[in-house]
Write a protein that binds this ligand. Structure first.
Ligand SMILES: *Cc1c(COP(=O)(O)O)cnc(C)c1O
Length: 409
């Protein structure tokens, strides 16, 4: 019965061109990667899909630090942090993050998690207690949405970047604890939340601003401290969540906030308390990652990212001008996430398949991850892409656009 039920659901998913499937990476995470496809064949693909924006996953200094970490600490952490899983490396990571971000959140402490998903669930559920009110931006990441579903607080959604709408909701709220929850860089669109305006509202209405900087940490700001540095924000009311599996090139996540908040999370957040701490060797390597992000390598890679972004946007905008009838559009993004909105599910998947047949992997993103009719190619850039890589993608897109225009004529 269950199997029949699920098989029917799977058929529905397939009929909507929504089936997802795994590919198998067989070499280092990098712009050119060996990938094994569904047909069992392995070949090199030019990847525009990882969130390893600075190319640190392939960085030899990080590999060496990981190996050193294994020598120092061995394999797994063995237990949850409050039992025995919290190593010196975990402590050093928390201290380093607190120092890095001290210009933006005074008296801050950091608390580590294995994934950003967990960190988001922890902060939203622990702070979103009964009687509190959560104001949730409508384009938020799934992990924040799941947090609001699990929280006992009342949840109000506000429209994308709709500061005026949020203001009305805050003005009408009688809750003692008010939490504004937002992605800093929207993961499927690449645009930035209006954080200065949101923080001003938080201050005006005695609310707190939870910022998920999964795609900003390491990438934005002169020192790579993320969106708070980009906007030059400083406030006790900021609660920052960062992931370390993206630009930091490893794995893990953190919540960084006023020490009273992190202390409360340590006492009360179930997904902190009841989950095994990350491997200490990974934490040890994160220290190297932070040094690279803050240092010269990070600076030059951020500069390269901006260069590649501009080149990609120019190339795509030119091809969109040549093929207006296709109705494709490029999201106004200032980050390495550069989505090309195509429209229909089948259409975007056919385009992604065509690119992949030509050796380029760009994932098609469909509903429910994005709104219906806005299926897209989510192009992500890494600092280790070359100009020629970007040109190759633009040329492949241009060839596809030409063929589709011809077919329609
Ligand atoms: C990837 C992502 C997360 C989850 O982080 P993980 O460490 O991958 O679990 C959270 N929020 C946003 C906006 C993300 O893009």
């Amino acid at each position: 019965m269950l199997l029949e039920h699920l098989s029917a659901k799977l058929r529905t998913i397939e009929a909507q061109s929504l089936t997802r499937f795994l590919r198998q990476a067989e070499s280092v995470t990098a712009p050119r990667q060996q990938v094994r496809a569904n047909d069992g064949r392995t070949r090199e693909l030019l990847m525009f899909c990882s969130n390893d924006y600075l190319g640190l996953a392939a960085e030899p200094q990080i590999h060496a630090a990981l190996i050193e970490g294994v020598r120092l600490y061995g394999g797994g952490s063995g237990a949850s942090p409050l039992v025995s899983g919290h190593s010196r490396a975990h402590e050093q990571v928390a201290e380093t993050l607190a120092t890095m971000l001290s210009p933006h959140i005074p008296q801050a402490r950091a608390l580590g998690f294995c994934t950003g998903y967990m960190a988001n669930l922890a902060v939203v559920t622990a702070l979103g207690e009964e009687g509190a009110e959560i104001f949730s931006e409508s384009w938020n990441h799934a992990s924040l949405i799941d947090g609001t579903r699990l929280a006992r607080a009342e949840v109000k959604r506000y429209g994308h970047a709709d500061v005026a709408g949020l203001r009305e909701l805050l003005a009408a709220s009688r809750a003692k604890i008010k939490l504004i929850v937002t992605d800093a860089v929207f993961s499927m669109d690449g645009d930035l939340a209006p954080l200065p305006e949101l923080l001003a509202l938080a201050e005006e209405f005695d609310a707190w601003l939870i910022v998920d900087d999964a795609h900003g940490f390491g990438v934005l700001g002169e020192q790579g401290r993320g969106s708070l540095e980009h906007f030059n924000l400083r406030s006790e009311r900021l609660i920052l969540v960062g992931t370390l599996g993206k630009a930091a090139g490893l794995a893990g996540a953190f919540v960084l906030a006023h020490a009273t908040i992190t202390e409360y999370l340590l006492q009360a957040a179930r997904n902190y308390i009841f989950s095994t701490a990350s491997p200490p060797a990974v934490e040890h390597a994160l220290l190297t990652s932070f040094a690279l992000i803050s240092g010269e390598l990070g600076q030059s890679r951020r500069a390269r990212l901006r260069l590649l972004q501009a080149r990609l946007r120019q190339g795509i905008e030119a091809l969109l001008q040549r093929h207006p009838a296709l109705g494709w559009r490029l999201s106004p993004s200032d980050s390495p996430v550069q989505p090309l909105i195509i429209g229909g599910n089948a259409e975007v998947m056919a385009l992604a398949a065509r690119l992949e047949a030509g050796g380029i992997r760009v994932p098609g993103i469909r509903p429910p991850t994005v709104p219906k009719g806005e299926a897209r190619l989510r192009i992500t850039l890494c600092a280790t892409h070359t100009e020629a890589d970007v040109d190759e993608l633009v040329a492949a897109l241009a060839a596809a656009a030409r063929d589709m225009d011809k077919a329609a004529a």
